[in-house]
Ligand binder design. Structure first.
Ligand code: ASP
Length: 591
């Protein structure tokens, strides 16, 4: 081994020892006759001083430039009192350099690493191998590794087996588009990359493995809205003979232990909340419980008012009219309300009605609002009482299709929580339970809310009779308004699985063609089983405080699902296409 210590590990206890460092020149400073090199490796920085007494070494130190790879041997010494740097792990010491060897030179890097600079993400991704040298980035990847090892340790200790499942496979439906891989040996046929290991992990339960986990790559070809990646990582878990409470307890224990070990955070209670309550109170199936604002339904007060904007939705069962009280919000300037109106527009809301409660005792006179003249005061008072409005508050309203109102006010709630600094705690974990089995598409057909292998809370007969209202045995873990993981008890009987396929409009032939192997497995002694999967990237993002999952993935794709470093996806030559039995409809333009 060339090095004796990592830079970031040097401290006072090593004073007077001779050590050898290997790393990159982070910064080079010339200080009236002495040269300072800050050497960097993955554990941090160390300051090395070269003085002119050692002529040859000094001359070398004079020639090195940023990002040269060097090996330095020297002696650790305490820095003089005033020269200590509390922001540096090794800031109490420095190294007096005796020998310096340049292991490799470097051209001037495309962006400086030694000072904060606002380099565009495209450039950072193009030179990711340099970007990852930055201490902030290295810290995130190191934390990610500590997270996966904590998780593995917990699962290993609890009797889970790590089993790999195929990447070249058939479609595993999780509601996204598949990435397809053409087969050379089977002309015209395609593999699909797994959207998750779902069916394989279920089959492992049928095989008797009982407790499985895998830190698994999943692939979903979605339009990359928001913060998604075409390939991402799940902590994938499946168990047999446990019910939802067991699985919730086991995995909650894993997350608690993880936060304690890695961040020294004690996560408090994980309240359980039915999906319907989450939607009603927070307008979201992943409520951020750090924010103390709530949506309150008020349609009963607005059914007969002479104001279509409210009366219409209040009388339509597919619609919702809800109020959101913001304590102290009456002082909000007009401009801010306009901005929030624009914001809810993103979610399809056509406006944002409000009442500023200046002085409740003064009746209508005390309310400042474009809508109060349209609503009888008695009804207004019921509404204000219901939301708990007091002088100085503002109450916002949403009236539209239920989905639009929930999404718009739900998002506004979060935005207000951050804008007005209302967060009540740092971490708010919870479980959302009792999800519906299905959601209705625009054409009236049904889709699985979780995936088609999720067990309902009822019998196949009841399910067939009332699919739209049936609840599932699914559960999601939510942290700070982010879905960390989700899972369910699975269907383990063939008749139930077929009932669900029928409801989803999958014909018996198609069932056989696509899921014949699963239906077979369910015939040959499938145990009751269930599990869940955590999104590792999001978990790491939350735990590192990163702003995007791209910041915690070593080599992420851009928003357009490309890798700007390797230039993937790339063109292939005609010979390769021919072998794959593929002819392109258009000749690609050279990029
Ligand atoms: N396969 C599911 C998913 O990827 C998780 C699960 O049900 O275990 O969302």
């Amino acid at each position: 081994m060339m090095r004796t210590h990592y830079c970031g590990q040097l401290n006072e206890t090593l004073a007077d020892q001779e050590i050898t460092l290997c790393g990159w020149v982070h910064r080079r400073r010339d200080h009236g006759g002495v040269i300072f090199l800050d050497i960097r490796d993955r554990e941090g920085l160390a300051q090395v001083v070269f003085d002119p007494d050692r002529e040859e070494t000094f001359a070398k130190a004079d020639r090195v430039r940023s990002e040269y790879v060097v090996k330095v041997t020297g002696k650790v010494r305490l820095r003089p009192e005033g020269a200590r740097n509390p922001n540096m792990a090794s800031g109490a010491i420095e190294v007096l350099g005796y020998q310096l060897e340049v292991l490799n030179q470097a051209e001037t890097p495309p962006f400086p690493l030694d000072e904060y600079s606002d380099v565009g993400e495209e450039t950072r991704l193009r030179y990711r191998f340099i970007d990852l040298r930055r201490p902030e980035m290295a810290a995130k990847l190191k934390l990610r590794s500590r997270i996966t090892s904590s998780v593995r340790r917990y699962l290993d200790d609890n009797g889970f087996l790590d089993v790999e499942t195929p990447i070249l496979t058939r479609a595993t439906p999780e509601g996204a588009r598949d990435y397809l891989v053409p087969s050379r040996t089977h002309a015209g046929s395609f593999f699909a990359l797994p959207q998750s290991p779902q069916l394989f992990k279920q089959l492992l339960m049928v095989s008797g493995f009982d407790r499985y986990y895998q830190i698994a790559k999943c692939f979903r070809d979605e339009d990359l809205r928001a913060d998604r990646q075409p390939e991402f990582t799940q902590i994938d878990i499946e168990t047999s003979f446990l019910d939802e409470q067991d699985i919730i307890g086991l995995t909650e224990g894993m997350i608690r232990k993880l936060f304690k070990e890695v961040l020294d955070v004690e996560l408090g209670d994980f309240p359980h909340m039915p999906f319907s309550e989450a939607m009603r109170r927070y307008g979201s199936d992943k409520p951020d419980l750090r924010i103390p604002l709530e949506l309150v339904d008020v349609e009963d007060q607005l059914k007969d008012v002479d104001f279509k904007v409210f009366a219409g939705p209040a009388n339509d069962p597919k619609c919702r009219v809800a109020a959101l009280r913001v304590p102290g919000g009456a002082s909000m300037p007009r401009k801010q309300i306009d901005d929030y109106t624009k914001y809810v527009g993103i979610y399809g809301a056509k406006g944002l009605a409000y009442i500023k409660v200046n002085e409740r005792a003064a009746g209508v006179e005390g309310l400042q609002s474009p809508i109060v003249k349209n609503i009888p005061l008695d009804n207004i008072n019921v509404i204000l009482d219901r939301v708990g409005a007091v002088d100085g508050d503002i109450v916002f309203f949403g009236a539209d299709k239920a989905k639009i109102v929930s999404e718009a006010l739900g998002a506004l709630r979060i935005k207000l929580g951050h804008d007005l600094n209302l967060l009540t705690c740092e971490w708010a974990p919870m479980w959302v339970v009792d999800f519906p089995m299905f959601e209705e598409n625009d054409d009236g057909s049904l889709s699985a809310l979780h995936h088609p292998f999720t067990a309902p809370q009822c019998s196949p007969e009841e399910l067939k009779a009332n699919p739209a209202t049936a609840l599932s045995r699914a559960y999601d873990m939510v942290l700070n308004g982010t879905e960390l993981g989700g899972g369910s008890i699975r269907i383990h009987r063939k008749d139930m699985q077929q009932a669900v396929f029928d409801i989803l409009g999958i014909s018996p032939e198609e069932q056989q063609e696509k899921f014949g192997f699963l239906l077979d497995a369910l015939k040959y002694g499938a145990p009751p089983h269930g599990g869940l999967a955590f999104g590792l990237d999001r978990l790491v993002m939350l735990m590192t405080g990163a702003s995007s999952i791209r910041e915690v993935i070593a080599f992420p794709k851009t928003q357009s699902a490309a890798c700007v470093m390797t230039q993937a996806p790339g063109l292939v030559d005609n010979k390769a296409l021919r072998e794959l039995h593929i002819r392109l409809r258009e000749q690609p333009k050279a990029e």
